[in-house]
Design a protein around this ligand. Structure first.
Ligand code: MG
Length: 390
């Protein structure tokens, strides 16, 4: 039996994790759940999975969420409040922590968990984007297993297990290209948040769906892959593969390319992160290649989607740069979803914010959190200016 805590249980990955756990409940009892504010969903989850501890980050002295009613309904469950409550839950010992909070908010609790858990199933890529060096050092020092839940990285992880590391020449992350992959540069200027939210192959949360459309998501994934697998940026490539059948590839020195194929359902990488090194049957579907019929590939367009190259540049330089990039992007995506800026403003403002940042090399966690705050404030300034223009 392995106990599990899920940070971000009411989000897209959290819901998929509980869908997987529903079939594995005897082996993986739920110890803790956390969410920000979705109390209705949380209530259903507590009723079904009976966690010992629940944390609600949006409640407490600084929050607006009132948990007094839900607390009364579950007198046997311990409730923690605020961001500190989530971090406290993360530092309670369990076998597996599923880190599925969206965005920079996932960094602190994930770091807090490292000394107290055996395995981290990491869906929160920002943890590695913002603090990859710090997290990698801690993971090594505490002997924790870090299993990627991101579908591309899960694919690479599984492929690398079968190969001798010295034989691997490069990894290739596939990208669907997002909802706007076929729009012209001119069309991208006028695209609405509704159009951008219609992802062609994956059903995900709003933030990551917009990041897929800008290719910022793929850029963050390159940085994530660099930290997870230790490959130099020059040895991590990206290719557009609209069908999303191949989740990523690994090329060995002899030119052979190994590809990982499956249905597009996040339940699969989640299950693999839980049961690894086992392989289990699944109830969520198998790939039928005859139905797929054909697969296509093409290079990504650097002009229309500048965010990917920007991420690679900022990742290479390292230090506090990636934290600023991530912070500016989070603020810009939120502003785009509120129709405060245009689609093309997202990458433009992130670039402007990053270029004005004075990078701290070898930052500690405090430097990274400062850079995150600075990046948010600076991007907000550019957003206000862009709003006047639009
Ligand atoms: Mg991904």
């Amino acid at each position: 039996m392995s106990t599990v805590t899920i940070l971000g249980s009411t989000g897209s990955i959290g819901l998929s994790t509980l869908r997987v756990l529903r079939g594995l409940r005897d082996e993986f009892p739920v110890y803790g759940l956390s969410c920000r504010a979705s109390l209705d969903v949380l209530e259903e989850q507590v009723r079904e999975f009976r966690p010992a501890v629940v944390a609600v980050s949006g409640s407490g002295p600084n929050g607006s969420v009132d948990i007094s009613e839900i607390k009364k309904k579950f007198p046997g469950t311990e409730f923690l409040e605020g961001e500190e409550g989530v971090t406290e839950l993360a530092s309670r010992p369990v076998d597996i922590l599923v880190s599925a909070i969206v965005g920079a908010a996932g960094l602190r609790p994930t770091i807090a968990a490292i000394p107290h858990v055996k395995r981290i199933a990491l869906a929160n890529k920002e943890t590695l984007v913002m603090a990859g060096d710090i997290v990698s050092d801690m993971i090594r020092d505490y002997g924790v297993e870090l299993l990627p839940v991101d579908s591309e990285h899960s694919a690479v992880f599984m492929l690398l297990k079968g190969l001798n590391p010295v034989d691997v020449r490069r990894i290739v992350l596939t990208a669907s290209g997002g909802s706007l992959r076929d729009r012209s540069a001119e069309e991208l200027r006028h695209v609405t948040s509704r159009e951008a939210l219609a992802h062609p192959t994956w059903n995900m949360g709003n933030k990551i769906t917009i990041d897929s459309a800008t290719l910022m998501n793929k850029g963050l994934e390159v940085i994530e892959a660099h930290h997870l697998f230790g490959f130099a940026y020059d040895d991590i490539d990206v290719i557009i593969h609209p069908e999303s059948v191949i989740h990523s590839m690994v090329e060995t020195g002899d030119g052979v390319i190994y590809a990982h194929m499956s249905v597009t359902d996040m339940a699969l990488p989640i299950m693999n992160a839980l049961v690894y090194p086992d392989i289990r049957g699944n109830s969520f579907g198998r790939l039928n290649l005859a139905e797929v019929g054909s697969m296509t590939f093409r290079p990504y367009d650097r002009e229309r989607f500048p965010a990917l190259d920007l991420c690679c540049r900022v990742g290479r330089t390292g230090g506090t740069g990636p934290a600023v990039l991530n912070a500016a992007n989070e603020v810009c995506v939120a502003a785009f979803l509120e129709d405060r800026i245009s689609f093309v403003d997202i990458a433009a403002i992130v670039e402007k914010t990053v270029s004005g940042h004075h990078i701290t090399a070898r930052p500690d966690l405090g430097d990274i959190l400062d850079a995150d705050r600075w990046g948010r404030a600076e991007a907000e300034r550019f957003i206000d200016a862009a709003g006047v223009r639009n």
